[in-house]
Design a protein around this ligand. Structure first.
Ligand code: PEP
Ligand code: MG
Length: 835
């Protein structure tokens, strides 16, 4: 071992404008350079050539990374890389031309940083193309090692050229949600950033690297930047970091209030042993504990060529990213933006260069893609867990879940761990953690409650448990896993407590508690099936916003009288390809089947804005919310509109109650053009006419409702968009979205204008935006003359109860007062809890 460590890459190891005739010549040339510079024994060239015989080292995009066999590492004297720039290209494999050869001689993992850089380069085609023609070897070195050179372990980490100091004032520390916002902002700049806490540094463009710092409230950090865009980029990052403080404090205050809420749950008669966690799904459950000991899944290691593996991984990551985007979008609409942020943060893992590179590297070492991906995700999850921070431990569970999704794409046969050995009587399922996929597939007949050692109140398990109505606790620590199988327990999901070995008196009291809660639910169930008729006899139709037939049953059980909004974009978002006319027809048919004689309003595809579908390859827009979105896109893309309308009219032939509506209408020309297409297709498929409506989501549509009314059968107001366009606030804006209150008097006046315009021609108006599911909002909308309210199913009982307890005359007066208010706060102040 030489005294002075040689650099991994230096100008003598870069050869520009090389012209090797063959792959073998290229490898030999690179090895000669490494040998001449004292990095390897000349025999290592044979080892590299042998590797080519058993694995493909072509990475893609014209880059190849030849390297020797593991058993020949003894021939390496120093870790090093030799670069051959081959502008004319050399055939690596039939059909694969290499222009950039990175020959790797590495005893240890020193080259991982280079691989990480390479994977980034592979995604930056422009820069890669420049490297293939550059005449400056330093450009090559800079691209491969400059910004990843590890700091000498003993030297204190240095800050970059421009910096600011900050003391973490997020009460929960730097957890995934704020961190992923930092990453979003940092990535928008070309500057290089660094965050330093003591001697530890992290990259604000990399979520995992940020989380690994494990920053807690009170930690002092230095955020620094360098590069052309450093000043502006750093200012933006600083604004983003400081801008989240208020939100984080508010979230923490809310969490604290929740935590302090006196135990409203069940109180045992005797002092029972108890495991305390965090309540994640309200309700009480009694049952024997069943501890789920997940058998380690064996991932077969089936090597394929590196390019096939790379393609498979790329495809799996892309599809998973799309799935998560769809899930985030759906969750935002159904549960709210905070819950959706979890999925966005999860998706960050898919772009994590460390993770992806590690997987690539394992493939380069000769492992199969599924094995490599699983191994990489596991290693990273273990790293996160080892940091001893509960928030990061929760991220490890998220990473494993994302990992599982990707794995499912890579090797569909690797079914998720199933729960086949559950006891016959309903049990309290105890597990270290449960992936959302497993939670979603739980057999509700055999599970009374859930308790997990890990996870947090916003983990998927928690969200899904609430959605499933399952009593649940999370973060019960490993103490949970030590409970003997079969121990009788009472789980209180409201207070997050698992009471063990209850006495007979405790059981009697717990059963009484459960019976009382069930009776209350039964009363609600009875009520929610009743119509939303006010005390003075004014009836409002109540619909549900559901996207697929499977959700209809729950919606109806919650009291939905039909579907007021079926967002069809999820048919497109959830899969990697455009659904065919027949596939769409089948879905609309099953929706109608599931609804029986209840009405169904299907919204034609609303793509654009925040709903982007990768496989449609639409041009990138500077301002997608103001671009080719909704009806504008449909009119430009008959290949999307026609099959959808054909499928809908074919479904209408069964004579059931189907209506079609169009999103993002802004002009009369759009309405008449869309009606003409509908009529043409109706005639082609020989279907009956169906009611055609438009969504009012843009102020122009509200203002012109009287002009549109003769041309449409109904209006449905999308208050989510109407609010964003009326108030000029991006509905997803992290800082402003909270101000985008649909009860703003400006929005209410637009709603009023719509109702008046529609009424002049005898048309009805519904609302299917989020405010329809808010009991006070629903009361106000009813007072404004809205005839139908469509909402997320779980909101229905409370809305119905509110309307049934109101007088229409009072609601009309309330609406008049609201229209006269000066601010949204003033409108909200009119809510006395009962109208
Ligand atoms: C709306 O904008 O209120 C609406 C219902 O449509 P989406 O949320 O799907 O944009
Ligand atoms: Mg909308």
């Amino acid at each position: 071992m030489s005294a002075a460590v040689k650099p991994l890459l230096s100008p003598e190891l870069v050869r520009l404008a090389a012209r090797p005739a063959t792959k073998e010549a290229a490898i030999r040339e690179a090895c000669q350079m490494l040998t001449a510079a004292g990095y390897i024994d000349a025999a290592y060239a044979e080892s590299m050539l042998r590797r080519e015989g058993v694995a493909n080292t072509f990475l893609g995009h014209g880059v190849a990374i030849p390297h020797g066999m593991i058993e020949d590492r003894g021939l390496i004297c120093e870790n090093g890389l030799a670069i051959l720039q081959v502008p004319d290209g050399v055939e690596w494999n039939p059909g694969q031309t290499t222009r950039f050869v990175v020959a790797i001689a590495a005893q240890s993992d020193a080259h991982i940083t280079v691989l990480r850089r390479l994977t980034r380069l592979l995604q930056d085609e422009e820069r890669l193309a420049a490297l293939v023609t550059t005449t400056d070897p330093r450009a090559v070195i800079a691209a491969l090692v400059d910004d990843v050179a590890p700091a000498a372990p003993s030297a204190p980490a240095a800050d970059l050229a421009e910096r600011f100091d900050w003391v973490v004032d997020y009460p929960a520390g730097l957890h995934a949600r704020p961190a992923s916002h930092w990453v979003d902002v940092a990535r928008r700049s070309s500057a290089r950033f660094q965050i330093r806490s003591g001697a530890e540094t992290g990259d604000p463009k990399n979520l995992v690297s940020l989380l690994q710092l494990g920053l807690r409230a009170g930690d002092a950090v230095v955020v620094s930047a360098e590069g052309a865009d450093a000043t502006v980029g750093l200012a933006q990052l600083k604004a983003a970091i400081l801008g989240l403080t208020l939100q984080e404090k508010a979230d923490a205050a809310r969490a604290a209030i929740r935590a302090e809420t006196p135990a409203i749950g069940w109180k045992p008669e005797t002092a029972l042993p108890v495991v305390v966690g965090i309540g994640a799904g309200p309700g009480l459950a009694i049952g024997p504990v069943h501890v789920l000991r997940t058998a380690a899944i064996v991932i077969p290691d089936d090597p394929v060529s590196l390019s096939d593996g790379g393609n498979a991984l790329h495809e799996a990551l892309t599809t998973t990213r799309e799935q998560l985007a769809a899930l985030a979008d759906d969750t935002a609409r159904r549960l709210g933006p905070s819950e959706a942020a979890i999925f966005k943060a999860q998706a960050e893992f898919l772009s994590d260069t460390d993770l992806v590179t590690l997987a690539c590297q394992l493939m380069v070492e000769g492992h199969g893609p599924a094995w490599s991906w699983h191994e990489a995700a596991e290693r990273m999850a273990r790293k996160l867990e080892a940091l001893g921070n509960p928030l990061l431990a929760a991220r490890a569970a998220d990473l494993r879940d994302v990992g599982q999704r990707v794995l499912g794409r890579l090797a569909p046969t690797l079914a998720l761990g199933s729960l086949t050995d559950l006891p016959a009587e309903p049990c309290i399922l105890v597990a270290a953690d449960l992936s959302p996929s497993v939670t979603a597939s739980l057999d509700m007949e055999r599970i009374a409650g859930l308790a997990t050692a890990q996870g947090g109140p916003t983990s998927h398990t928690a969200i899904l448990a609430r959605t499933l109505g399952l009593p649940a606790m999370v973060a019960g620590t490993d103490a949970l896993l030590d409970i003997a199988e079969g121990t009788l327990a009472v789980l209180d999901g409201s207070t997050g407590r698992l009471h063990l070995a209850p006495t007979e008196a405790d059981l009697v009291s717990a059963r009484a508690f459960i019976a009382a809660a069930a009776a209350k639910r039964a009363r609600e169930a009875e009520e929610r099936a009743l119509p939303a008729t006010t005390r003075d006899g004014h009836r409002v139709e109540i619909g549900a916003n559901v996207n697929n037939p499977a959700q209809v049953e729950t919606a109806v059980a919650q009291g939905a009288e039909g579907v007021g909004l079926m967002r069809t974009e999820f048919l497109f978002l959830e899969r990697g390809a455009t659904p065919s006319e027949d596939e769409q027809f089948a879905v609309y048919e099953s929706m109608l089947d599931a609804l029986g004689d209840r009405p169904l309003i299907v919204r034609a595809l609303d793509i654009g804005g925040d709903k982007q579908v990768a496989h449609l390859d639409l041009p990138r827009e500077e301002n997608p919310f103001l671009g080719v979105r909704g009806a504008r896109l449909l009119l430009r893309r008959p290949d999307l509109l026609d099959p959808q309308l054909r499928a809908l009219y074919r479904a209408a032939k069964s004579g059931r109650r189907l209506s079609i509506m169009f999103p993002m209408i802004t002009s009369l020309q759009e309405v008449t053009a869309l009606r003409a297409v509908c009529e043409r297709i109706r005639a082609e498929v020989d279907a009956p006419a169906v009611p055609l409506g438009i969504m009012v989501e843009v102020p122009s549509a509200a203002m012109m409702a009287d002009v549109f009314a003769p041309h449409v059968d109904f209006f449905s107001i999308g208050t989510n968009d109407l609010t964003q366009y009326a108030l000029a606030i991006d509905r997803q804006h992290p800082e402003l979205a909270a101000e985008a209150d649909s009860l703003h008097p400006a929005v209410l006046r637009l709603i009023r204008k719509t109702v008046e315009g529609a009424a002049a021609h005898g048309r009805w108006v519904g609302v299917c935006g989020g405010i329809a599911g808010d009991p006070f909002g629903a009361a106000l909308l009813t007072g404004l003359g809205i005839a139908e309210l469509s909402m997320t199913p779980r909101d229905i009982p409370a809305v119905k109860a509110r309307l049934r307890a109101s007088d229409f005359a009072e609601l009309t007066a309330l609406a008049a007062r609201a229209l006269a208010c000066e601010t949204a706060d003033a409108v909200r102040a009119l809510d006395g809890g009962r109208s």
